[in-house]
Write a protein that binds this ligand. Sequence first.
Ligand code: NAD
Ligand code: UGA
Length: 438
Amino acid sequence: MIGGGYVGLVSGACFAEFGVEVAVVETHPGRLESLRQGRIPIYEPGLDTLVAANIAAGRLSFGDDIREAVAGAEAVFIAVGTPPRNGDGHADLTYVFAAAEQVAQALSGYAVIVTKSTVPVGTSRRIAEIVRHARPDLEFDVASNPEFLREGSAIADFMRPDRVVIGTDVTQDGGSERAQEVMRRLYRPLYLIEAPILFTSLESSELIKYAANSFLAMKISFINEMADLCERVGGDVHDVARGIGLDGRIGRKFLHAGPGYGGSCFPKDTLALMRIAQEAGASSRLVEATVQVNDARKASMGARIMSACGGSVRGKTIAVLGLTFKPETDDMRDAPSIPIVHRLVENGAAVRVYDPVGMEAARASMPERVTYCADALDAARDADALILVTEWNAFRAIAPARLRDLMRGRIVIDLRNVYDPAAMAAAGLDYSSIGRPS
Ligand code: NAD
Ligand code: UGA
């Protein structure tokens, strides 16, 4: 497994749990050092136990020597980052191609080189070219096996997936059968639980990943627009989401209105799909609209908060609960909290923040002048307004009366619709949420 980040680490540990011997190669010295000491450098529920158990069982190891790691390997997964390339939104494939080159040099016998990173259509074929060029003598196949796990529920998503997608080179006579066989053996435990395992061409597999993320992003942008409409015409977005979601053709999931989607994947993968379509001369207007709606939504949260605070936050103390892009992760990439907190600080507010696990990771993207608090109630103390940005479970249990007693002001802005408007009003709080009557 090349790369020990969210995907490499989780899939490496899960394959090891399936009984496969996994060697994870990680080049970041800090990450590798913590992994070697049994410390997980990211927050992902259950991952520390899973990693420790599989290290103890001798099935999972970490190192930076690629030659050692791939010796005798039947499959080598590339699970390195594919961030947006500076300026143009294309996926930056520098790490993927560098890894392919290193794998080519290190392999001594047949292996399937599998792309687990999210990569544009055509990348697996380019990897095959790189390897062929570097090692004309080497027997190998390429495969595409995109990962659909979500941060925060990554282990369950990997172990009980809705589906597994495996792309192989269907144009190569017989060549893909060997690769398919290796992949089938790796995923054997999932056949036993009857998870659908879909074999496709390399191109379809690569496209499925971008299409899935873009479709989910589109659902979120859609419900966010409906939330705005509810606010204008007097509706409740929860009822609308339930009412449409119960139609099996639409589905209930991913219809939670909020401050706009963030994270390391939806924002970059929607942009990348637009670029892929553009280069292919195809239309991607729905995805473009999805991105525009989301960008506008994230940018509009600051104005929403200012207006709820009476038009200005200058000199006011604002508590912000939740900084990570979603609960149960410490990932701050593209988190909606970032533009919100910056806007508040720029407009003269004193901002007190709290996140259950993301405080350390948040420091790099927060403005300098924020106060990091010990817990949610500490953040609320003497605040003129409180904003809930990320729906950590710990925040759901806070009693409205407790907030009222601790806060100096009465304003509560709930960007995730966690609280009950009636209970908030009964406690005397001036409560507003997303797409619901306050
Ligand atoms: P990440 O940045 O957390 O991890 C990538 C790791 O690879 C880093 O630790 C880096 O040091 C290491 N690395 C880079 N080049 C290397 C090399 N040559 N040898 C060894 N290690 C190397 O990224 P991530 O979040 O795990 O995402 C990886 C890929 O998976 C991306 O394409 C992403 O789009 C995709 N993906 C991510 C998620 C998610 O939830 N984060 C889910 C599905 C798919
Ligand atoms: C997402 C996909 O759900 C995974 O299937 C995919 O593998 C992954 O991207 C990836 O390619 O990396 P992730 O980004 O970890 O997973 O988290 P999600 O649960 O999808 O949430 C993404 C963002 O959308 C968050 O900011 C979340 O708050 C927001 N969201 C999600 C909503 O605003 N409303 C919803 O109904 C659902």
